[in-house]
Design a binder for this molecule. Structure first.
Ligand code: HAS
Length: 563
């Protein structure tokens, strides 16, 4: 088979069904509701985000939030709902769907249902603790701040829901392999498996933290915890987690967006290599969040700094690949000249424009990440408003805006309804992107002037040079972001309730590759997930072993603090 003709979605041997692809109705319904849980969380998340953005502009609206007792309660809801529930609910629905499409077979029904059940129960438990003001620990769950046990148990269940979703990917791909011995794993399924395999390794840190320490401590079975050790376990997971949020967006940028813009994915082997690199180097980088922590040697921090620059490489390769795929599309649509193809991209398609804008904001998000990662410069920006400036251009736009863009075809596909309000949706992406750039400009300049993060600025009794303008920009940007999310919800609800029935897309947009998978040679090793998983474990041992050997056992001395 000619590599150029290889279908990304179906691999070599599965013939794409021209009438489209669909899962059994029951599975489709559960995946749809899994994704809706994420969007429901987003409602709570953005409402609190709006209050926090305004607080930087000295506008205090917290009193108008029913049941809200403090800024930190709102900030916890904001982080957990947006960064943990939206992202994982979306991945739990999206990645199994793509894997099923790639393998041309249904999923395991019991795992679809368990993943949904665990997610909902987990969100309800954690939600109970946050709404009743018993979990003001922020999404990082730093001890000795202590939450009610339902918060920790709820988040454990959310993580278990991701395990059920990942198990579904593995059994689906294994069944496909059985039916197609000797064939290359379809690229789309490969990317999904690599992403969740990385997460399975990465999540060990918070699994040990929550189950081994925080949960028993919150129930009263342990009298103290070790804050430094807890932070280390959290950040073992906490940096890799950002790539778990990011990779579903990357999968769409690599494999789906090219089809939407009439382009082609550049290279099957390079794409596999990129995802293997994420599996290898996402986890052993956590100390870059702890450059200022005592108790960890400078050598170990420097080692993690080097690996952090290593995990920058697959993103760089992604930037080149994605731009090349877009250029093919733009030129196929009649674009000429050095940059003329950009104008020819289908900007009026809200799904495409939201994701293109997500990519553009991610360029700045990525650059600010590299600044954070630079050991010495980090001293200037750590714990300042700069950091939320960085992460609103990564998880807050590269990821969030991609999820929104994907939803503009995914929800019509899952409901078989036509997207309502195409123009409103197209405008929404722009308003969000402009908003987030203004917001981040405010946060970043304020951070450089020492404006702190995680501080209720509307009630702060002090100020600094340049904070006034920085705060005003943050407030304006945050207001535009909130407005645009309201528009997104209007489009979503109108589509679900009133979109024309029977006019939704019948298939998932999956691109073809320019350079297809090899039939022999070293590239075949890329499909040996266990081999790469083994190397990833080895790197983790090298990156964390010396610290653990010198530090353990943990010093369980800190009592809990609740406010
Ligand atoms: Fe980060 C802190 C370093 C990426 C999220 N990060 C955070 C926190 C969050 C977060 C939430 O080293 C705060 C945690 C907390 O609460 O304390 N980050 C990095 C580095 C990268 C990076 C080196 N971060 C992310 C991503 C995130 C995320 C992705 C979420 C999804 N980050 C740090 C560090 C800290 C940190 C330190 C600790 C700071 C401190 O002191 O506390 C890199 O992976 C970034 C590489 C990415 C790029 C961009 C590539 C561009 C692409 C787009 C191509 C498209 C184009 C457009 C060109 C270099 C792929 C084409 C379109 C047309 C129309 C033509």
């Amino acid at each position: 088979m000619s590599p150029a003709a290889s279908s990304l979605a179906s691999g070599h041997s599965v013939v794409a069904d021209p009438s489209g692809f669909s899962l059994p109705d029951g599975q489709k319904r559960f995946l749809r509701w899994t994704i809706y849980v994420g969007f429901a969380a987003l409602v709570a998340g953005v409402a609190h985000g709006f209050a926090q953005a305004l607080s930087y502009a000295d506008i205090d609206i917290l009193a108008y939030f029913p049941r809200l007792k403090s800024y930190y309660q709102g900030l916890t809801v904001h982080g957990v709902a947006n960064a943990l529930v939206l992202t994982f609910a979306f991945s739990n629905g999206f990645l199994p769907l793509l894997t099923a499409r790639a393998c041309g077979r249904p999923l395991n029904g019991a795992l679809v249902v368990s993943s949904f059940g665990l997610l909902v129960t987990g969100v309800l438990l954690a939600g109970y603790a946050m709404v009743t003001n018993q979990a003001n620990v922020l999404y990082t769950s730093y001890a000795p701040l202590q939450a009610h046990w339902t918060y920790y148990l709820g988040l454990v269940l959310v993580v278990l829901s991701t395990y059920a979703a990942s198990a579904n990917l593995y059994v689906t791909v294994r069944a496909w392999r059985k039916d197609n011995p000797g064939e290359r794993v379809p690229l789309l399924a490969f990317m999904c498996v690599a992403s969740y395999a990385m997460w399975n390794l990465a999540s060990l840190g918070i699994a040990v933290l929550f189950i081994g320490f925080l949960l028993p401590w919150s129930i009263g079975w342990m009298s103290g915890v070790d804050p430094l050790f807890n932070r280390t376990l959290f950040w073992y997971t906490g940096h890799a987690i950002v790539y778990v949020w990011l990779l579903p967006a990357y999968i769409s940028w690599y494999a789906l967006v090219p089809k939407q813009v009439s382009g082609k994915l550049i290279s099957d082997p390079l794409t596999r290599l990129v995802f293997i690199m994420f599996l290898l180097v996402s986890v052993p980088t956590g100390f870059h969040h702890q450059y200022t922590d005592p108790g960890i040697s400078t050598g170990m921090k420097a080692f993690h700094a080097v690996l952090t620059f290593g995990v920058f490489y697959p993103s760089l390769a992604t930037a080149f690949s994605v731009v090349a795929a877009l250029e093919i599309g733009g030129r196929a649509r009649g674009g000429t000249g050095l940059l003329g193809w950009i104008r020819k991209l289908p900007w009026s398609d809200p799904s495409v424009s939201a994701q293109l804008l997500a990519m553009l904001t991610f360029v700045l998000g990525g650059i600010t990440g590299l600044i954070n990662a630079s050991y010495i410069v980090n001293q200037l920006v750590h714990n300042t408003a700069w950091v939320p400036g960085h992460f609103h251009m990564t998880v807050g736009s590269a990821v969030a805006l991609s999820i929104i863009g994907i939803a503009y075809w995914l929800v019509p596909y899952l409901t078989d309804r036509k997207l309502w309000g195409r123009r409103v949706a197209a405008a929404q992406g722009w308003i969000y992107a402009i908003g987030v750039l203004i917001f981040a400009r405010g946060m970043i300049s304020g951070g450089l002037e020492g404006m702190p993060r995680r501080t209720y600025m509307a009630q702060a009794t002090y100020t600094g040079e340049g904070w006034g303008l920085a705060g005003a920009l943050t407030g304006i940007g945050g207001t535009l972001m909130t407005l645009s999310i309201v528009m997104f919800f209007v489009v979503l609800l109108m589509t679900i309730l009133f979109g024309k029935k029977g006019e939704g897309p019948t298939d998932i947009p999956t691109a073809e590759t320019l350079t297809g998978p090899a039939d022999g040679g070293w590239e075949l090793k890329l499909d040996r997930f266990w081999l790469w998983f083994g190397f990833a474990v080895l790197l983790v041992v090298v990156a964390y072993g010396p610290f653990l050997l010198t530090y353990l056992p943990p010093h369980l001395t800190s009592p809990g603090f609740m406010f």
